[in-house]
Design a protein around this ligand. Structure first.
Ligand code: ZN
Ligand code: ZN
Length: 235
């Protein structure tokens, strides 16, 4: 009976490629075409921005977080997939991204013992509008895959801010100042966090979250995102 219900649901809602939306076999996350062209971050990276050395433009500036890692660049089919995930009802894509993030965490953060996986928080209002909190969804599944405790709502967002992506660099930092706080400050001290977000641009959002954790005595904050943006090409 269960099998019957499953195949009925699958016929109604077939598994789709998490990067282009094409229908694919139910035991896969992506189609063959996308697998060939995924913009992977593969070579050795700058740990402060998560990009390969030739793409790094962060000049290793001081941050409250230790490092960023990501399986992909925010380009091509990954950009497309994340757009579907966030804005076009593509909630089911999260499993594919978590599978990739888990592999990246195992590879790049080998030897680090995390106490908690947490996520960049979202305002209740924005969550209601989208119907789900995409970062919490990613963090929860990722925690399960890497066998670390998921700590929901570790951070909270205190007021609405402009989308970081839309702002020029100089405005990004001010836009976020004081926007986050810890829900239970007493749980932060001495702990090592894996902080999860969907996309890292300049790392300012992650840094503002890491700053709050640092203020409450966190031992270290390492970040993981689905994708990092590439350096802007000079025109
Ligand atoms: Zn595809
Ligand atoms: Zn860098």
């Amino acid at each position: 009976m269960k099998r019957l219900v499953e195949s009925f649901l699958l016929a109604l809602f077939p598994r789709r490629c998490a990067y282009c939306g094409r229908v694919i076999p139910s035991d896969e996350f992506s189609c063959r075409e996308c697998r060939k062209t995924l913009p992977r971050v593969e070579k050795s990276i700058c740990m402060k921005c998560g990009r390969e050395k030739e793409e790094c433009s962060c000049r290793k500036s001081e941050k409250y977080y230790e490092s960023i890692v990501a399986p992909f660049y925010f380009e091509g089919n990954v950009r497309n997939g994340l757009h579907i995930f966030k804005f076009r009802n593509g909630k089911q894509n999260y499993e594919a991204y978590c599978d990739e993030m888990a592999k990246t965490v195992r590879k790049r953060y080998d030897g680090i013992k995390f106490d908690y996986v947490i996520s960049v928080p979202m305002m209740d209002e924005s969550r209601k509008k989208r119907g789900f909190d995409q970062c919490a969804l990613l963090a929860k599944k990722l925690a399960e895959l890497i066998g670390v405790e998921y700590y929901p709502h570790a951070l909270k967002k205190l007021f609405k801010t402009e989308t970081q992506h839309d702002l020029i660099y100089i405005l990004r930092k001010g836009n976020l100042a004081g926007a986050f706080d810890a829900s239970e400050p007493e749980k932060i001290s001495g702990k090592t966090f894996l902080l999860c977000d969907d996309i890292a641009t300049s790392g300012e959002t992650l840094d503002e979250c890491a700053k709050m954790l640092w203020l409450y005595g966190a031992k270290a904050t390492h970040c993981v995102t689905v994708a990092v943006t590439k350096k802007k090409k000079k025109q």
